[in-house]
Design a protein around this ligand. Structure first.
Ligand code: ZN
Length: 287
């Protein structure tokens, strides 16, 4: 099944597919192990910074190797790419989903770039995600507060979003209704009524929810049930588990210089996050 088939299955069966950001090989292994343990479809996604660090062709090969080795289907997504040339490189390299993030470019230019990318992507069977409202926050553990009023400005306006989706023909729309990137001391709540309105404005387009960290499990379930969200991006909670696991492992093994030997515990900490998300998203047992 390709990405589109998976998204259709998710929509009709009311589950979401986790789009897990991958920073390094340990997190990569944790996502593979979580997907296998839960028999779940997964997306692996790489942001601009993560692509720079790991390099495009390495990513494609890693994913292909894991698919062959374990007989699983990993949906490879380019996450929040602000650059048309990089999007086109990823289309050529073998990604299955593309998220072009034109939220910081003027609206008309965003539309034009989407229109240029989409035929190339569709020709290869890829799906394209678009965005107009810039999501608040960043994928980190924040000490400062973020309030509902601060982020309200960037919320999706259903009519404007409908216009964008109709003009461009994007397959997935990144909707913002209280979801934020990152984990905060007090996580903002999501606006379910707004999500309902977004869903009703363009019922045929897939919806994604960024900011799958920090948000409560019950709100996630509501977003899937009511908003038919089919793709949920997760990053910060995995980064947190990795870092805390690594700090603990280094402390407990002060004389070990073969670092790979202390990594299994670090990986299993990240895997626990992946498996928990898969359970909440309802995608366990779908493969
Ligand atoms: Zn995001």
């Amino acid at each position: 099944m390709n990405a589109r088939n998976w998204l259709e299955k998710a929509k009709s069966e009311k589950f979401a597919i986790g789009a897990f950001n991958v920073d390094n090989l340990e997190i990569f292994k944790a996502v593979v192990a979580g997907a296998l343990a839960k028999k779940s479809p997964v997306m692996m996604e790489f942001s601009d910074g993560e692509v720079k660090f790991l390099e495009l062709n390495n990513i494609v090969d890693l994913v292909k190797n894991a698919e062959e080795e374990y007989g699983i289907n990993i949906l490879l997504n380019l996450d929040h790419s602000p650059d048309q040339a990089k999007v086109e490189e990823a289309i050529e390299a073998g990604f299955e989903l593309i998220h072009y993030d034109g939220s910081k470019t003027p609206y008309e230019e965003n539309v034009e770039i989407c229109k240029a990318i989409i035929p190339k992507a569709h020709e290869k069977g890829l799906t394209v995600e678009g965005e107009i409202d810039h999501i608040a926050g960043s994928s980190n553990v924040h000490k400062e507060q973020i309030t509902f009023d601060e982020i309200k400005e960037g919320f999706t306006k259903p009519e404007k979003a409908k216009e964008f989706v109709t003009e461009t023909g994007v397959d997935i729309f990144a909707a913002f209704f209280g979801n934020v990137h990152g984990v905060y001391p007090v996580q903002p709540s999501i606006d379910i009524d707004l999500l309902k309105k977004i869903r009703e404005a363009f019922p045929d387009t897939f919806l994604s929810m960024h900011g799958g960290s920090g948000i409560s499990d019950s709100e996630v379930r509501q977003a899937i049930e009511i908003g038919k969200i089919v793709k949920i991006n997760v990053n910060t909670e995995m980064r947190k588990a990795f870092r805390e696991g690594l700090e603990k492992a280094l402390k407990e093994n002060p004389d070990e210089y073969a670092v790979y030997k202390i990594m299994p515990d670090v990986i299993s900490g990240v895997q626990k996050v992946v498996e928990h998300k898969i359970d909440v998203f309802g995608s366990a047992g779908k493969i």
